[in-house]
Design a protein around this ligand. Structure first.
Ligand SMILES: [Zn+2]
Length: 179
């Protein structure tokens, strides 16, 4: 239904792939080959476009500004509009989508929530396990901050199905040292 474009940008946690249409974002993810073995963070890397299918896009610009603030100027983050998600891929009746939206709207920079806490927030207190599954298939890395969802006992928990746990730890530490 949507015509989609791809943008690759550099960031402190490696290259990010942004998939978008003219209505908003379809997904944002670290490129596939980043995992716990290959992850090489570079704190000072600016967020810049490496390649983009389309030369000018309001959607990409807003996403890049947001990412740049997230990594390098978090004080400004609350002043910047959150990049728009394409409304055609969000189904508010789907449990997983409601979990993503709740997290996107409620758990801000520097904060964390447990899987059970997020289940409660969505109104399904017994659904901690389903929340975990929703986190695993979250298409909007960083933006829908699944890295802020941790285990009830304070352990960090898995990220990206357990492939990128070190990335999760890096992000949580990054947010902690910048508030
Ligand atoms: Zn779209």
């Amino acid at each position: 239904m949507c015509e989609k474009y791809t943008c690759i940008c550099l960031s402190p946690i490696g290259n990010l792939k942004i998939l978008y249409c003219l209505n908003g974002l379809h997904s944002i993810q670290q490129v596939e080959n980043i995992n716990d073995e290959s992850f090489q963070p570079n704190r000072s890397q600016m967020v810049t476009i490496e390649s983009n299918d389309k030369n000018d896009s309001v959607i990409v610009d807003s996403c890049i500004s947001w990412l740049q603030a997230y990594f390098h100027d978090p004080d400004k983050l609350s002043l910047i509009d959150q990049p728009k998600l394409c409304k055609f891929i969000i189904d508010e009746n789907a449990f997983q989508h409601r979990v993503w939206l709740k997290l996107y709207e409620n758990v801000k920079y520097g904060n964390t929530i447990s899987y059970g806490g997020l289940a409660q927030l969505v109104g399904s207190p017994n659904a901690a396990r389903a929340v975990g599954t929703a986190m695993k298939c979250n298409p909007f890395q960083l933006l829908v901050p699944c890295h802020r969802v941790i285990q009830g006992n304070g352990n960090t928990g898995r990220y990206s199905g357990g492939k990128r746990n070190t990335v999760k730890m890096w992000l949580l530490k990054h947010e902690k040292t910048n508030i």
